[in-house]
Design a protein around this ligand. Structure first.
Ligand code: HEM
Length: 159
């Protein structure tokens, strides 16, 4: 089949584009991966998720059965707690924040948190993530990040 010169050029262009080859004959670089912070929607989305999560924790009967947690619930201003948790999540997901609170070990040292209470917290976290329809891959990344803090937060075994 005979093709005209302009048709040949067009076919060549389509083939080059389909192969992802640039004009210099090199493969296009893969687009930079978005940070988890960006995939979650940035500071406003993270603050909204943290707000819902902390509100759930404050009325969680399993957590409030622990007297140290219940005492802290009435003593610690919840707006401050939400601020600290938001900046922490923002920072560890690759956002532009700087967490200025205490370490997880120091801030939870006197709370005597056990495995049952940890599991109750994770269940509330999942409910929050589902409420805001956070996609499964991002949910999994967040749950994994939270999981890395468990060794510093849980002190008592299951009763
Ligand atoms: C069962 C699990 C948890 C419970 C019951 C719990 C409860 C608390 C309470 C009561 C406080 C206030 C302590 C005080 O100021 O005296 C606190 C502080 C804090 N928690 Fe948790 N927490 C849990 C897990 C987590 C996790 C998984 C994270 C983050 C990954 C986290 C992040 C923080 C932060 C950033 C603060 C503030 C630290 C500061 O004041 O400098 N907590 N938590």
């Amino acid at each position: 089949m005979k093709t005209r010169r302009s048709e040949q050029s067009l076919i060549a262009l389509v083939v080059v584009a389909a192969l992802g080859v640039g004009v210099a004959g090199q493969t296009k670089p893969a687009p930079a991966a978005k940070s988890l912070y960006d995939r979650l929607g940035g500071a406003y989305s993270i603050a909204t998720v943290v707000d819902d999560f902390i509100e759930r924790l404050l009325v969680n009967d399993t957590l409030n059965a622990n007297p140290a947690i219940k005492e802290a619930r009435t003593r610690v201003p919840k707006a401050g707690l939400k601020f600290h948790v938001t900046t922490l999540v923002c920072e560890v997901t690759g956002g532009p924040c700087k967490y200025t609170g205490r370490t997880m070990k120091d801030s939870h040292a006197k709370l005597n948190i056990n495995e049952v209470q940890w599991d109750a917290m994770v269940a509330d976290f999942r409910k929050t993530l589902d409420t805001f329809k956070v996609p499964p891959p991002e949910q999994q990344e967040l749950i994994t990040i939270v999981g890395t803090t468990k060794k510093d937060i849980v002190q008592a075994a299951k009763p």
